[in-house]
Design a protein around this ligand. Structure first.
Ligand code: HEM
Length: 321
């Protein structure tokens, strides 16, 4: 048993080393130009989360969706214009909220160190802060990203869907330089937050020719979800399900629930049934500190996806300069 565990650890380490990032980002990038940066972002995020406990999950998801479309360039923060429907207007992003928190941090930073800190770096720091504030691990955020000038709603089609199978998920992450371990680890972001019924209701009725309900769903949990998401036209638009049983605490409960057949999305639950991913789910369900260590490494890699050091530092995160 112990030797199987050591093999898993070695495998995870090899996977991480094989795909270290190459972007030119630095932990001390703003040390001279904006020494108060991290304090300002962290206080802003903490204050906002106190008033609205949904903020941490929303900012973590916002960061993921930003990095997956055109890289971590804050393209998700740009507002639509009459001539252009921006990423925010893309279907998967309609439920991404709390953009005002990044605006608040940016406004304070423009006072203390004008024209210096990119919106992409603010979002990256905020994503780390919400993890820490929810009880998860901490890490040094690498900085120096520039903000992009392009944001298109149509690009959001390239975000992974909650109906994806493991091969589709692996492919989606691989095309951004993220490996299988990163994919399973970052899916652990679903330790925070909530989903609307529309993202998982296909599992609850007419699932397949053979099964009305997804057979990989725990049956009590399936009944619970059916109650929360009745198939009636008048259903509450806000109805849905928390993604794990401790949805405001960053922990490894998500993986434990996957093993119990209580993953909310088909994409989550599929990680248990595939030999390429199941050993990682097992390891994280058993060992929270291993999950935390790998989450840190994978978030650093996610933060390096498609990073541009040639863009601009936006003055207002919602509009290009
Ligand atoms: C593996 C592929 C992924 C898929 C298919 C996926 C899909 C989804 C979907 C459908 C929702 C619910 C949206 C809604 O109905 O409101 C959601 C929520 C969420 N996702 Fe993911 N996601 C994935 C990966 C990630 C990653 C990598 C992270 C962060 C590291 C993340 C963080 C979150 C968070 C925190 C929420 C809750 C948001 C809230 O409460 O407002 N997801 N995800």
């Amino acid at each position: 048993m112990a030797s199987k565990y050591v093999v898993v650890q070695i495998l995870l380490t090899l996977l991480s080393v094989a795909s270290l990032s190459k972007a030119d980002l630095y932990s001390d990038y703003y040390d001279k130009t904006c020494p108060e940066l991290e304090k300002i972002v962290s206080e802003t995020v903490l204050n906002a989360s106190k008033y609205d406990p949904k903020v941490p999950a929303r900012l973590l998801r916002m960061f993921f969706h930003d990095c997956f479309i055109r890289g971590c360039d804050a393209s998700i923060l740009l507002d639509s214009t009459p001539a252009n429907k921006a990423e925010k207007g893309g279907r998967p992003n309609l439920s991404v909220r709390s953009f005002y928190v990044i605006d608040q941090a940016k406004a304070k930073l423009e006072k203390s160190c004008p024209r210096t800190v990119s919106c992409a770096d603010i979002l990256t720091i905020a994503a780390r802060d919400v993890v820490v504030q929810s009880g998860g691990p901490s890490w040094e955020v690498l900085k120096g990203r520039k903000d992009g000038r392009v944001s298109k709603a149509s690009d959001t089609r390239n975000l992974p869907a909650p109906t994806s199978n493991v091969s589709q998920l692996i492919q989606s992450f691989a095309s951004r330089g993220l490996d299988v371990k990163d994919m399973v680890t970052l899916s652990g972001g679903h330790t925070l937050g909530f989903s609307h019924c529309s993202s998982f209701e296909a599992r609850l009725q007419n699932f397949s020719l053979l099964h009305d309900i997804d057979p990989n769903l725990d049956s009590d949990f399936a009944q619970d979800l059916k109650k929360k998401c009745p198939a009636t036209p008048l259903r509450d638009q806000n109805a849905g399900q928390f993604l794990d049983s401790t949805a405001s605490v960053f922990d490894n409960d998500y993986y434990k629930r996957l093993l119990a057949g209580k993953g909310v999305f088909l994409s989550d639950q599929s990680l248990v049934g595939d030999y390429r991913t199941s050993y990682i789910v097992d390891a994280f369900a058993k060992d929270q500190s291993l999950f935390f260590k790998e989450f840190t490494a994978s978030m650093l890699k996610l933060g390096n996806v498609g990073v541009s050091t040639n863009g601009e530092v936006r003055l207002d995160c919602r509009v290009v300069n």
